[in-house]
Write a protein that binds this ligand. Structure first.
Ligand code: NAI
Length: 346
């Protein structure tokens, strides 16, 4: 790093499971390209529960309140004990209403070539509000399960404007709004209605606009994903479709995500803590590295983000060093060492 460069304070949450392994790998890569972050390390998830009985300790929240910027490993949600997902709580606490999930083919020769899609998922509303309860009947405490979803006009406007503005900034051609307004006429009808209004008011002539029902979208993503460009959808549909889209580019190990609000942004891999491979040293660190590249783009250092992406590309495709999930034999450390050589050689 250039010694005269101003450092940007940022919170670092290594997270649970494979989180610490892929975070260390990512930090090594960020150091090598000279990323200007000054990290404040914090615990959350199971690591937070173990250290201070809270999956989202106040010190972690305070740190993000100050830095307004975080790189986060996966957080395990403790089963039972009444804990809500720390990820959902973070998105609520910092009003991170936009979840941006770009998916780009990095390894040619897979089932799908040249995928270049961006999913924009509404992150604060819909069926993730947690308004749920059981109704007991005849001694069965869980005889009926109920969940209420809420989408607001303001929330829909915010995310749809975000998707259109993002598409224009990135010189994309088309935005597809994904809904289920034929069945959930209020909950997702308001989303579709708002998208149509905003397109007519502000974006007509600047971009193409298309509507699709979520089930048809899921099928078309498998049959012909190239017909899509930027997709925007409600919270639960976005959660499901983003994993499907990750499958088009080699799996969860390749899929980064950004949670963006007006006053803070948190960058993470789409995948979880992968308890089945934790401690084996074989996790693919690329998703978190690509999330760190998005974080560099976000702070105005797309030059460094591009450098990191190019080095990952060369390591995968010229050196052919790949972890097991991508069909290779490299450990996390071997992949990272090869990546460092590429960064230094550039
Ligand atoms: P998962 O994403 O952790 O794992 C699904 C499968 O993908 C597993 O076979 C795993 O080994 C593999 N995988 C995931 N990341 C990988 C990587 N980087 N390299 C190689 N293989 C990888 O999903 P799962 O098992 O459903 O969830 C485990 C825990 O993670 C749960 O507690 C869940 O709540 C949490 N979670 C946290 C998320 C976050 O913090 N953003 C997102 C999703 C789940």
């Amino acid at each position: 790093m250039n010694s005269t460069q101003t450092l940007i304070p940022a919170t670092l949450i290594p997270g649970d499971g494979i989180g610490p392994e892929i975070t260390e790998a990512t930090l090594v890569a960020l150091d090598a390209i000279g990323a200007p972050f000054q990290w404040d390390r914090q615990l959350a998830g199971m690591a937070g529960v173990t250290s201070c009985g809270d999956p989202l300790p106040p010190a972690c929240l305070d740190s993000i309140r100050q830095t307004r910027l975080a790189l986060k490993g996966p957080l395990e949600t403790p089963v039972g004990g009444g804990y809500r997902s720390s990820n959902v709580r973070l998105r609520e606490e910092f009003k991170l209403y936009a979840n941006l999930r770009p998916a780009c083919t990095m390894i040619p020769g897979g089932r799908y070539e040249n995928i270049d899609l961006v999913l924009v998922r509404e992150n604060n509303e819909g069926l993730y509000m947690g308004y749920e309860h059981f109704i007991p009947i005849d001694g069965d405490p869980h005889a009926v399960g109920m969940s209420t979803g809420i989408n607001t006009r303001q929330g829909c406007r915010r995310i749809i404007n975000f998707a259109f503005d993002y598409a224009i900034r990135k010189e994309r051609k088309k935005v597809t709004v994904v809904h289920k307004a034929n069945i959930m006429k209020a909950l997702t009808g308001i989303f579709l209605e708002t998208a149509r209004q905003i397109y007519d008011e502000k974006y007509k002539g600047l971009l193409d606009f298309e509507e699709i029902i979520v089930d048809a979208c899921a099928m078309k993503l498998v049959m012909n994903p190239w017909q899509f460009d930027v997709l925007v959808t409600t919270n639960l549909f976005g959660d499901i479709l983003s994993d499907e889209i990750a499958g088009l580019i080699g799996g969860l190990g390749m899929a980064p995500g950004a949670n963006i609000g007006e006053h803070a942004a948190i960058f993470e891999a789409v995948h979880g803590s992968a308890p089945d491979i934790t401690g084996k040293g074989i996790a693919n660190p690329i998703a978190l590295m690509l999330a760190a590249a998005l974080m560099l783009d976000h702070v105005g250092r797309a030059d460094l983000g591009d450098r990191l992406r190019q080095a990952i590309d060369a390591t995968l495709n010229i050196d052919k060093v790949r972890t097991g999930d991508l069909g290779g034999t490299a450990s996390t450390k071997q992949f990272t060492a090869a990546l460092l050589q590429r960064i230094h050689a550039a």
